[in-house]
Design a protein around this ligand. Structure first.
Ligand SMILES: [Zn+2]
Ligand SMILES: [Zn+2]
Length: 228
């Protein structure tokens, strides 16, 4: 195998690690948190008034509580994966949306979430989880998605792999009893994986989904800048 191919395979494995292996573990942490902290399940976690209110503030600029913000890291498309409108009228007689008009989508499961949404939910709804580990995964995700070329040379690859592996294994301690072992095995499997055409296709799909998410955000930021 020539060097460029090696570097492409490294980039592919790193992407699958961050965009596929990580969210599988993160969803299990969120599910475990939901059941062990008295929310019942993921839908219950989302419907808890404090959680729904918290996530609403990450997606909407105005709220019935009177606290308005321009910091809305959760895209409307992400909110719509979790919540549905159950009340078409604002119950306070105010203009605009408010959390009282929404409920979690009946039967919604954590597997609707990609790595980006998992990180947002973990950080904002699951207390007691180390933010630095979540941030490390977000940072590596951003590095890969916005890389100037779809390759990773040896040092950069090893550095990224170590950071992601440490973060996800540390986070896995917050999951169900077999999550740590399963995550270790999944990371190892990905490390030794020989990228096949199917892997490359799913890597490309995952990257293009993440890129369009970021483009939506850029369009929105631009829109806000134009408004003010
Ligand atoms: Zn509010
Ligand atoms: Zn309200």
């Amino acid at each position: 195998m020539s060097l460029p191919q090696l570097n492409e395979a490294r980039y592919g494995r790193a992407c699958l690690l961050v965009l596929n292996t990580c969210p599988m573990a993160l969803r299990r942490i969120i599910d475990h948190h939901s059941s062990s902290k008295g929310f019942g399940d993921f839908e219950g976690l989302l419907n808890h008034p404090r959680n729904k209110h918290g996530l609403f503030h990450l997606s909407f600029r105005q709220c019935c509580c009177g606290h308005n913000t321009n910091y809305t890291p959760m895209r409307k498309q992400q909110w719509d994966l979790l919540y549905t409108k159950t009340n078409s009228k604002n119950p306070h007689g105010q203009q605009g949306q408010c959390p009282c008009m929404y409920s979690a989508i009946p039967g919604v499961a954590s597997d609707v979430m990609d790595v980006t949404l998992c990180c947002l939910v973990l950080k904002n709804l699951c207390r007691g989880i180390k933010n630095a580990d979540i941030d490390a995964i977000t940072e590596m995700r951003n590095q890969l998605i916005h890389a100037s070329s779809a390759t990773l040379e040896d040092t950069a690859y090893n550095d990224l792999w170590k950071k992601v592996e440490n973060a996800i294994l540390s986070l896995a301690k917050n999951g169900d009893s077999t999550l740590e072992t399963d995550t270790k095995a999944a990371v190892k499997e990905m490390e030794q994986r020989i990228m096949n055409p199917g892997d490359l296709r799913s890597m490309k799909d995952l990257i293009s989904d993440q890129k369009s998410l970021d483009e939506l955000r850029e369009v929105r930021v631009l829109h806000i800048l134009v408004l003010f």
